[in-house]
Ligand binder design. Sequence first.
Ligand SMILES: [Fe+2]
Length: 491
Amino acid sequence: MPVRHYPTLHNYVEANRRTTPEYDDVALELLEGALPPDLVGTLLRNGNGHFEQHGVRYDHLFDGDGMVARFVFDGQAVRYRNRYVRTDEFVAEEQAGRMLYRSFGTNLPGGLRANFLKTKFKNTANTSLVQHGGQLLALWEGGLPHALDPATLATRGRFDYGGVLRNPFSWLDRRITPELPFSAHPKVHPTTGVLHNFGTVAGTQHRLVLYEVSPAGEARLAHALPMPEATFAHDFVLTESGHQIFFLTPVAFDVLRAFAGLTSPAASIKVNTAQPTQIIVVAPDGTVHRLHTEFGFAFHFVNGFQDADGTLVADALLLGNYPNSAAIKAYLSGHLPDDQPQARFVRFRLDLAAGTVARQSLSDCEGELPEIHPAHTGRPYRYAWTIGRPSGHPLPLLDHLLKLDVQTGEVRHAYAPDTLCSEPVVVPRRAPNGRPEPAEDDGYLAYLRYSAPDDATDLIVADAADLRLLARLRLPHHIPLGFHGMWQPGY
Ligand SMILES: [Fe+2]
């Protein structure tokens, strides 16, 4: 299958090899349209701030030091600030002026001699953010969160919830994984306000651990479920009914090879498409159900809920295979094979009583980085917004913005030539006092868009209903599009 070179992707990657400067609350220039006066609040995004550090190109898209970008909307203008997360590893590398740590997908230069038994990996703190329990946290699924000062974005330090994220298992387990990982996709229950999250912990016994954090910020380790392999799991589903759904696909780290330094953790991943995916459901009473379905890997779930008949619904962006490290390295040189596997919208219906799993395709489109109306998390919903590729579009680059009606399958898409978009964060319109709630798609999308001809990044505000561009503002310096962000009303 031919591998195609994408100039827009190539320009994007090359531009972001350079380290992005930090800015202090600069006003962004409005280039197009007008800011909606009722769009008042703060957009926070996290992502890899650069694709190269101290002369070493990262081999994997998930590497690179976390950089948090903040955009404050006051209804008339937008002010922008960005800060790298000062992890211990970031600070040490800045002081040394060279790469000191292995990371998820990149070993140190120098082959096995430089990496042998180097078991200390960089916590990049680059994947997402959550504001809960009085803390603003930068998250990375392989280790501890980092607490940030919400006013300045300065790094306060590693955050372990008063010791709850210290490994409580055996002495040897503590040697292997001293700190429990806290995934980058926590979910806040829509009525209790409890934050639920998980981590996959490598050890003498690999475990899936589940956490609960009260609205006041008191954390506890709620479950520790043994796993036969060091399974790679990135996201999960929390329903309003209190069910937590995990897909444990046979995509697992070879911990010994990775720890020994023979490969990066990402390159150690073993994939067995002949094996089924195990679906673990933790019911609100703590009962653990195990169901099985044929192989399928999901980085992200769109949403999930309990249907009126009691069935659990989990909507995934499902890949038929796991993208190997070689494909991701090719992506970082601006290339994609024509048969690049991309994720499709698939609905899983789980019948716990019967132990059965049914699948239904929601669309022929391909997508990633899904967003929904935040009040519908864990509840029935209608719309999803993603970056993606419309049905019939010939090339596998996810360079469109999609809106999918999961009830009818109807898709809208938007595209601007020679650009790439970030995850579109949904900002619902608020109901005026006493008025009925606005429609689920009545609101705005806020996202970043890299323009290759301009070698610049723009902040875009679009209409969530029809994807029409409402405002385009230029950042003072191009930045990577990042992974995940959040919207906070007010500023
Ligand atoms: Fe993610």
